[in-house]
Write a protein that binds this ligand. Structure first.
Ligand SMILES: *Cc1c(COP(=O)(O)O)cnc(C)c1O
Length: 472
């Protein structure tokens, strides 16, 4: 596809302005350009077509099925955008006097109340701008808690081997060392291994439940009790609350601090680097250290202080509140119930031909392993993922979590209907047939997309993100 610069024709314009009747203002010489800017010159319709064409090259959640595991790429109701676009929210300035932004204050007060109710926490700060940022703040709270008690020897955070990569990274950023505990054959934390690493140098445990293989750890109360008994605190990575919201609460599972990804579960579009929000909720014992985030609030005496400018990404909170209020107390558990049902439905349709890493009831996502298929046929998880593109669906997450070999991780989400899930199952089956009959063809897929297989390593190491006029 040609770029705007390559389509440019000298003299083309998108507008017609009346001749100015004002005298020409002269700029001082040192402020003048030496040469005219090399902007593309095009007609309006050509620009409109260019961007339309460009949008067709990308795959979004409105293009088709987008079952990206661990990251919850779900369809976000448009009413949230309408609420976040209200001038009363978009037109405020963070330095406005407190009593002129009462409506915005009310949004944060309501969101804190409802999200604390959903998570079983007592207080929440909306400052962190993303999940990993929330982890960073949550772990600082744990560190501060121990230090305030004069307990300086607690330097370790326990992280299961199935954890999201940001967990050990955040622990290291806060200055903790990371102790990994293995998972058992069911994908749960190995209790004996956990007991073996618990002592008075443990600051806490970081856990996702359901974890990143889509399994709900049945021993959760035992796990959090063991950590508490050893004097540690429990951190809940709530980036994906999509399987449990309205059913169980991290606070009731024994967790002391949690972050949420409003840009996953609570309906802000994510991906592409857009603004996110990773609020951190905690139990009362940690509340004194939480940064203020209600507009105009003073920092409390023991607060860790600001972790981000102003009040975080406020409009993301508006979307989350709209989502929660429109679904209500009945709708939230219904949404997570559907997410779990959809994942299990698709898993059941596939599991006879695609081996599942953990063959038991899954939560909002499931993981298959193509290790055997690859050994026998040479077709890898990557080949299957690429093949799915030719059936009009976005590939699931590949090669994650790392503890499963040749992994494909599928999260259908609650918004997909049965027909879409059936079509997805058919696509998987058609690919399975190709694996048997013509495995070679899958190494060449996709065949129907604008680009087939980019050189991903080269694209990551030597990205070309700027147009070079020298090429002309
Ligand atoms: C996405 C995710 C994160 C990180 O969230 P970001 O907003 O990308 O920083 C952390 N943990 C889990 C389980 C996640 O799925």
């Amino acid at each position: 596809m040609k770029l705007l610069f390559e389509r440019s024709v000298k003299g083309r314009r998108t507008y017609l302005m009346p001749k100015s009747t004002f005298p020409k203002a002269e700029l001082p010489d040192h402020l003048k350009r030496k040469e005219a800017p090399r902007l593309p010159e095009m007609s309006e319709v050509a620009v409109a077509r260019h961007y339309k064409e460009l949008s067709k090259q990308a795959f979004g959640v409105t293009s088709g099925f987008y079952p990206l595991g661990s990251c919850t790429m779900k369809y976000n109701p448009r009413v949230n955008e309408a609420a976040a676009g209200l001038p009363g929210f978009t037109g405020v300035h963070p330095l406005q006097p407190k009593d002129t932004v009462k409506g915005c204050q009310e949004v944060i007060i309501q969101a804190e109340k409802l999200l604390c109710e959903i998570t079983g926490m007592d207080n929440m700060s909306f400052q962190p701008a993303a999940g990993a940022h929330g982890e960073f703040l949550g772990l600082l709270l744990i560190k501060k808690y121990h230090e305030e008690r004069g307990d300086f020897k607690r330097k370790r955070i326990i992280v299961p081997d199935s954890a999201h990569g940001t967990n050990p990274a955040s622990a290291a950023m806060v200055g903790f060392t990371v102790t990994h505990v293995p998972s058992d054959s069911e994908g749960q934390v190995d209790l004996e291994a956990l007991k073996a690493v618990l002592d008075d140098t443990v600051a806490g445990l970081m856990l996702t439940n359901p974890n990143t293989v889509g399994i709900f750890d049945r021993n959760i109360l035992e796990i959090t009790r063991l950590v508490h008994d050893a004097g540690g605190l429990n951190y809940y990575d709530g980036a994906n609350l999509n399987a449990i919201m309205g059913w169980v609460r991290p606070g009731d599972m024994g967790f002391d601090v949690v972050h949420l990804n409003l840009h996953k579960t609570f309906s802000t579009p994510h991906g592409g680097g857009g603004p996110g929000s990773g609020p951190v909720g905690c139990k009362k014992i940690l509340s004194p250290y939480l940064p203020a985030s209600k507009l105009g609030d003073e920092e409390k005496e023991k607060s860790l202080g600001q972790v981000r400018s102003f009040y975080g990404n406020f409009l993301v909170v508006v979307r989350a509140l709209t989502y929660i209020l429109t679904l209500g107390k009945e709708g939230l558990p219904q949404a997570s119930g559907m997410a779990v049902l959809n994942a299990n439905y698709l898993m059941q349709k596939l599991k006879d031909v695609y081996p599942m890493a953990y063959d038991r009831l899954c939560m909002h996502e499931f993981v298959m392993t193509l290790e055997d298929i690859k050994k026998k046929t040479g077709v890898s998880a990557l080949d299957v993922a690429k093949g799915l593109l030719d059936y009009g669906m976005h590939p699931p997450t590949m090669y994650f979590p790392l503890i499963v070999h040749e992994a494909l991780m599928v999260e259908p989400t609650e918004t997909e209907n049965r027909e879409t899930l059936d079509e997805a199952a058919e696509a998987f089956m058609a690919i399975y047939q190709k694996i048997q009959e013509d495995p070679e063809s899958l190494h060449l897929s996709p065949a129907t997309t604008p680009i087939s297989r980019p050189d991903e390593v080269n694209a990551a190491r030597n990205p070309v993100v700027r147009y070079s006029f020298d090429k002309q």
